[in-house]
Write a protein that binds this ligand. Sequence first.
Ligand SMILES: *[C@@H]1O[C@H](CO)[C@@H](O)[C@H](O)[C@H]1NC(C)=O
Ligand SMILES: *[C@@H]1O[C@H](CO)[C@@H](O)[C@H](O)[C@H]1NC(C)=O
Ligand SMILES: *[C@@H]1O[C@H](CO)[C@@H](O)[C@H](O)[C@H]1NC(C)=O
Ligand SMILES: *[C@@H]1O[C@H](CO)[C@@H](O)[C@H](O)[C@H]1NC(C)=O
Ligand SMILES: *[C@@H]1O[C@H](CO)[C@@H](O)[C@H](O)[C@H]1NC(C)=O
Length: 464
Amino acid sequence: MRLTLPKILSLSRLKTLLLIVSFLFILYILFYRRDCRAPPTIISRAFDYPLTRRHLLFAIASSFQSWPRRKPYLRLWYSPNSTRAIAFLDRVAASDAGNDSTVPPVVVSADTSKFPYTFRGGLRSAIRVARAVKEIVDRDEKDVRWYVFGDDDTVFFVDNLVKTLAKYDHARWFYVGSNSESYEQNVKYSFDMAFGGGGFAISYSLAKVLARVLDSCLVRYAHLYGSDARVFSCLAELGVGLTHEPGFHQVDMRGNLFGMLSSHPLSPLLSLHHLDAVEPIFPNMSRTQAMGHLFEAVNADPARILQQTVCYDPSNSLTISVAWGYAIRMFNGNESLLDLLSLQKTFMPWKRSVTIGASHYMFNSRDYPKDPCKRPVIFFLESVRPDKGGVWSYYTRHVVKECVRPDSIKNLKRIKVISQRLELDIEQMKAPRRQCCNIFPSFNESMVINIRQCGVDELISMHF
Ligand SMILES: *[C@@H]1O[C@H](CO)[C@@H](O)[C@H](O)[C@H]1NC(C)=O
Ligand SMILES: *[C@@H]1O[C@H](CO)[C@@H](O)[C@H](O)[C@H]1NC(C)=O
Ligand SMILES: *[C@@H]1O[C@H](CO)[C@@H](O)[C@H](O)[C@H]1NC(C)=O
Ligand SMILES: *[C@@H]1O[C@H](CO)[C@@H](O)[C@H](O)[C@H]1NC(C)=O
Ligand SMILES: *[C@@H]1O[C@H](CO)[C@@H](O)[C@H](O)[C@H]1NC(C)=O
């Protein structure tokens, strides 16, 4: 008996205690944990679930005048199902008022007449275009991790952009882009400015802050020429510098881009700009047809587009450089790898002036022989066919002039390349390595090349 009373007491106490504990636990589950998760800016969750195309919001700078002409370029990379983009125009024609789903929806930019513009001979529209940064952020669209800015003549390679931006945490402040290919343009503007036509990306958290302060910068930097310089100056005032990604291409060049496209850096292709200022990138096609042709390869294996692989055929003394999805160059003899990686100057400077600086570039280059017979034999992309075993791409010989070529390639008309879809994870993206290739030993009219990962200590050189 003596024992039972305290036992009953302690039992009921225990019950109460249990009740209180579970009540507190429910409260914790309901409020505390949820509270903890609410503000996404406090805890960086960038890598919790991967970046997808839907996390990118593009702002395209356009105008009433250029919009109709640039739609074919936009259709190449924009898809209403998977890409989010808005075009900013000064005014909109009635026929463009919103239902062509093959191009991004258009909005009319806000009035900027109250902002000063003092660059002599420049264009006031620079203010309107710079202000798209604020206007797109102020729309407060859901689930944006990166804002990407470009012109209506910028062609983006969206899957590669997703892979590249996934290397960076959107909850931190990032300004990602590239400067001009032209030394002189960089001297004039800045080596550390992302040129607007090549396009650039601003992380969500940085864009939020930039949008708040941009207007005051627009007043302070009235003396600058372009929109990109205005954004760059404001970011500099916020204490942020550029993260260089060499896949963005302002393309401050004219003429034939062949030399540039056939020796692309190891990083993925992210953008091409000024496409109306250069020749069509494939022979015998219009500019948009040619770009559309490149996209047949882009759609089959986006990460591999333009990636350069070099193989040597010592028995026939040939050097072959593949720019995947675009063109193959075949050289007679033992061409050094470093020469192949430097750009053949098939193009001309952006500025038509004769100053020495104008023809200086930001990359190593070498001359392109005037005599077609001294140039490599070129094979341009014909078609791409993905199948279970990999991706087959076919290239056909481009004949400009009858030249004396080695007997081994006299009959060669076509090259077939087999490769696997290039799927790099974030760690591989941070430390990329060029791939290797083999030439199938006997060929006559048609040659087969296999692109594959290099062996651990395999070297890219001509050896027996
Ligand atoms: C977009 O999605 C719709 C329905 O899901 C489909 O009918 C349409 O073909 C898609 N368009 C493109 C360009 O993929
Ligand atoms: C857009 O809608 C207008 C009227 O609503 C129509 O006249 C026009 O043809 C449509 N344009 C397209 C591209 O569907
Ligand atoms: C150029 O293209 C046209 C049709 O697209 C074709 O008939 C012609 O043979 C081509 N010319 C060359 C040199 O490839
Ligand atoms: C190579 O192709 C040519 C036609 O282009 C043909 O005449 C020749 O017999 C072929 N040689 C071999 C070894 O198959
Ligand atoms: C090719 O050139 C490199 C460097 O110039 C040289 O080391 C190598 O032995 C050459 N290979 C052949 C097969 O001639």
